[in-house]
Ligand binder design. Sequence first.
Ligand SMILES: Cc1cc2nc3c(=O)[nH]c(=O)nc-3n(C[C@H](O)[C@H](O)[C@H](O)COP(=O)(O)OP(=O)(O)OC[C@H]3O[C@@H](n4cnc5c(N)ncnc54)[C@H](O)[C@@H]3O)c2cc1C
Length: 402
Amino acid sequence: MRIVIIGAGVAGCVMARRLALLGGVEVTCLERVSRDDHSEAGTGLNVGPNAVKALSLIDPDLTDRITEGSFFWRNWRISLTDGTVLFDLPLTRVAEGPGWRIRWSELYRILRDAAEPHISYGCEITHVGRDSADPRKTSIAWTQNGLERRLDGIDLLIAGDGRYSSVRRTISGEPGVRHAGVAIFRVLVPDTSGGLIDDYEQWFNGPNRLLAFRVPPGHVYIAGSFPIAPEAPITDGMKAPGVLRAAYTPPGAPPSDQARWMIDVICRNSTETHWARMQEHDVQYRAADCNVLYLGDAAHGMVPTLGQGATQALEDAATAATLITKRYNSGSRDIGGWLKEFEALRQDRMRFVMEFSLDATDTMLAGADPVEGTGHKNEAPFQNRLKALYRDVGLPSQETAP
Ligand SMILES: Cc1cc2nc3c(=O)[nH]c(=O)nc-3n(C[C@H](O)[C@H](O)[C@H](O)COP(=O)(O)OP(=O)(O)OC[C@H]3O[C@@H](n4cnc5c(N)ncnc54)[C@H](O)[C@@H]3O)c2cc1C
């Protein structure tokens, strides 16, 4: 059986590593960038306890390697930028274990090392399409080091090529996109806070929000956000240091020591920050009429409010790898059937995660009152949804195999 994975990101690496263990399966993972290119190096990730749980069920060794490159995420605090604490949640109340705090570049390094030797780097895809001999199969062509390469008769094509997945666009068309009306920026800086910043925290001034946590080795990740009109561009004026300082400085009181440090850092590093608009894409896990599986951001771009992007890419990959391994090892070669089964396992879960992420964005929208909104996050309905988010990963290993 021939399986091709496009993209050696979060989902792609986990799939390449697990599927390569299947006897008689040829696994090829094609990655566009070079081995050490980390275009998102200036980012830290908080990865949810649900991903730690899902990955540890299928790959304890890889889980340990990520743990070694991370700090645990054990607590979530929300305050105002004047220091008033609104919400202080040890994750043990809603999850079975901690999450991770890690540099994006470090996560990629660990995942790519773990998926060697199945990844080919520097591959520029030039063609993706249905195979001429069997329309359920696919063909792919690419160039690497100036050479043209091609694979036909692909039994299963897995798109792990991220938010702007060209495989999904080519095979299934453009996904619908919705803007949440929030601008976000991020910066990763050496930790000069003198211990002010450690575990995951958020600070509000009106709907304008700062978020920060410490990641190894010796860095702090800061992300800021503020409302904008949905679809509106982020202008240079919005990025000016004076405007950012005003956005996060509380009106009637001095900023807390934490807020003051972060505001100074983002103003000093305003030319280094990466900017984006919060948006989500329609969910689609498989092509309608051929054996193509979409995983991670290729299947579902979501708003980052609950830190579930990489988290769900890991959950997707853990579920898909478990299911494919079970079905393959039990003798099934009905790949279309595997993909339908995977979709049935993941679709409702993903709708829940995306909806919850969007609902949790309420305090970041224009006109929001973070005190009232965060108050609701202390109540049972929100915390019960968090429990479902962090605990109910629903891997097929938890059900009886047919
Ligand atoms: C600023 C920011 C902060 C974030 N914070 C968090 C967070 O705190 N927690 C969290 O869980 N998530 C977070 N996310 C989201 C998270 O990073 C993504 O959801 C996650 O990386 C998706 O994983 P993936 O495997 O789907 O794709 P990716 O990890 O994006 O990997 C896609 C891979 O495909 C490759 N590729 C793309 N196109 C091609 C092509 N044509 N041919 C070959 N290869 C290709 C890319 O180079 C890349 O290696 C954040 C995202 C951003 C932008």
